[in-house]
Design a protein around this ligand. Structure first.
Ligand SMILES: *Cc1c(COP(=O)(O)O)cnc(C)c1O
Length: 220
């Protein structure tokens, strides 16, 4: 299958309301251009240098999503080019994004990353640590970040029941936080979950953004 064919078949499967981020990490400029030519405008990267290089070389109507673990010392470099930072998992990171975004007069949309998988290695907040961040007056005072929802990754397994349970858990977290901290905030509306192998399960569990790489561009 071609990149075009892969994208078309994924888009056909996705309900209209769902955003598709084409995860282009490690993929070439030409491969991204091929996706761009089919109308794809959201791309996801997880390395700062690679993102900056691609941003420079590719059309400026692309929305770049930062999907990886973002180090505090690299925040400054990404805030001027990203449309959404998916993986915010600490107050320090949120605060650093706010500070750098203020310097370039931007409001950066971010998602809070939750640890929902059984694996220990993955980054992410617990519900307690997220509530701690959301309760802080310092967080409420941040004018240059917009907390738009949540993000998470399921356990790497072929057991769909495990994956389903984890994604449903993330959906519950989203609804709990929405009710408690964002009852009237229309912008808090995103649940970023689902990758190449599990996006159909994620969609059924309420995902609003799927991040798909290898199913579009081939194995890395
Ligand atoms: C690499 C990556 C993806 C895409 O993975 P595929 O299995 O290739 O679809 C999605 N989300 C994150 C956070 C990633 O790092």
């Amino acid at each position: 299958m071609t990149i075009r064919g892969n994208l078309q078949s994924i888009r056909r499967q996705l309900p209209e309301r769902i955003k598709l981020v084409a995860v282009s990490k490690t993929k070439s400029i030409d491969q991204i251009k091929e996706a761009y030519q089919t109308g794809q405008r959201m791309f996801g990267e997880n390395r700062v240098q690679e993102l900056l290089k691609k941003w420079q070389e590719l059309p400026k109507d692309i929305e770049w999503h930062y999907i990886g673990h973002l180090q505090i010392n690299k925040v400054k470099q990404v805030v001027s080019v990203v449309s959404l930072i998916h993986g915010v998992d600490s107050f320090r990171l949120l605060s650093a994004i706010n500070k750098e975004a203020e310097k370039c007069h931007r409001i950066i949309p971010v998602l809070l990353e939750f640890h929902i998988a059984a694996e220990e290695s993955k980054f992410g907040l617990t519900i307690e640590s997220a509530e701690e961040i959301l309760s802080m007056p310092e967080t409420a005072a941040m004018k240059n970040v917009s907390i738009n929802g949540v993000m998470g990754m399921a356990t790497y397994t072929i057991d769909n029941e495990v994956i389903r349970t984890e994604f449903e858990h993330l959906s519950e977290i989203f609804h709990l936080l929405k009710k408690k901290y964002f009852p009237n905030a229309g912008h808090f509306c995103e649940i970023s979950m689902g990758m190449s192998d599990d996006y159909p399960v994620a969609v059924l569990a309420g995902s609003t953004i799927v991040r798909v790489g290898s199913k579009i561009f081939g194995a890395r």
